[in-house]
Every structure is written in C-alpha cells, then in structure tokens.
Design a protein around this ligand. Structure first.
Ligand code: HEM
Length: 156
C-alpha cells in the first residue's frame, strides 16, 4: 500500500533492489502490521513493580498498553516520522523488544524481502487500484490492516 502511494519509490526499488531490506524496515515502522486499530489499544503488559514513567506512577500489577505505533513515530528517533522514506537508522519496535520480542522476526524479514524482490522484478508499475480513502480498515482484531487491497500493475 505504501509503495502504491509512493510510485517514485517503486521505480527506485526496481533500479536498486539491494535497498529492499531497508525499505522493508521502513514499511514495518511506518505501517506496522501490529498497528493498533484504535488509539486506546496496544500491546498488553503488567507492571511487575511500582514504576514511574514521565511523571506517571504505575502501581505493580497494573495493566499497561504499549503504543508501538507511537514509539515508531518518536521524533527523537525518527526525523520527520510521518514520512515514508529511506533512513540511516530505523530502530522501530514493530517486533517488540526484549526477551518476549517476536521470535518470527527473522522469518518475517526474509519473507518480506523475498516478496518485494519478486514483485519489483515482475511488475513495471504496481499501485493501488482505488483511492486510499476507499480502503476499509480492519478494527475487529488486535492487529490492524485493511479488509481488501485492490491493486493494479503493468508487466514489462
Ligand atoms: C511482520 C510480521 C510480524 C510482526 C509485525 C510480528 C510482531 C510481533 C509482536 C509485536 C510480538 C510481541 C512482542 C512483545 O510482546 O514484545 C510478537 C510475538 C511473537 N511472534 Fe511475531 N510478528 C510477525 C511475524 C511472526 C512470524 C512469521 C512468526 C512465526 C513464524 C511469529 C511468531 C511470534 C511468536 C511465537 C511470538 C511470541 C514470543 C514470546 O512471547 O516469547 N511472528 N510478534
């Protein structure tokens, strides 16, 4: 979807497929598959002890919802965070962090790199077949995404 909205980046990928792993990281950061469908949702955790974060006291055993999207838009880490662009450093939290982070992350990265490598080789152009405003967000589950993603393409 992001590449469909940024046709120039599709051309750039076709010209330089070695940049695909970096583009995959930016896709994961910018439009994470675990993007919470609602602002009051997030990755659940329980505080193991009394802690204080930015002046807010969180008592032990309280439920905390971690905003991965918000972390991935942290201006201190990601200059111009709303932009879908190439970045020198991309320490996103899409796969979580620490001992319970995603064990499937290496597999997901390989799969995404392979998929985009195959797509840019096979299709000269590739993009959304409808206006982005017509896409229906999925809101009935923990992860986000859209109900359907109609695309159009041209082959060389
Ligand atoms: C783009 C694809 C994926 C994303 C964005 C993703 C994201 C995540 C996130 C955010 C967590 C929770 C991390 C935390 O609690 O701190 C997680 C956990 C997990 N993921 Fe993934 N994941 C992806 C693909 C996969 C794949 C392909 C597999 C397996 C083949 C997988 C297996 C798991 C497992 C087993 C856990 C639980 C780890 C634990 O609790 O110790 N994930 N993932």
């Amino acid at each position: 979807m992001l590449l469909g909205l940024n046709p120039g980046q599709w051309d750039a990928l076709r010209d330089a497929p070695t940049t695909i792993p970096d583009v995959v990281e930016e896709i994961l950061r910018h439009r994470s598959p675990v993007s919470a469908p609602r602002e009051d949702a997030g990755m659940p955790r329980y505080a193991m002890s009394d802690i204080e974060v930015e002046g807010v006291r969180i008592p032990a055993d309280d439920l905390v919802l971690l905003g991965i999207d918000q972390a991935n838009r942290d201006e201190d880490r990601f200059p111009d965070p709303a932009a879908f662009t190439s970045r020198e450093s991309n320490p996103h939290l899409t796969f979580g962090h620490g001992p319970r982070s995603c064990v499937g992350a290496p597999l997901a990265r390989v799969e995404l790199t392979e998929v985009f490598g195959a797509l840019v080789t096979r299709f000269e152009t590739f993009g959304l077949a409808v206006d982005v405003a017509q896409l229906t967000p999925r809101t009935e589950q923990l992860v986000g995404g859209v109900a359907e993603l109609p695309v159009r393409w041209t082959a060389p």
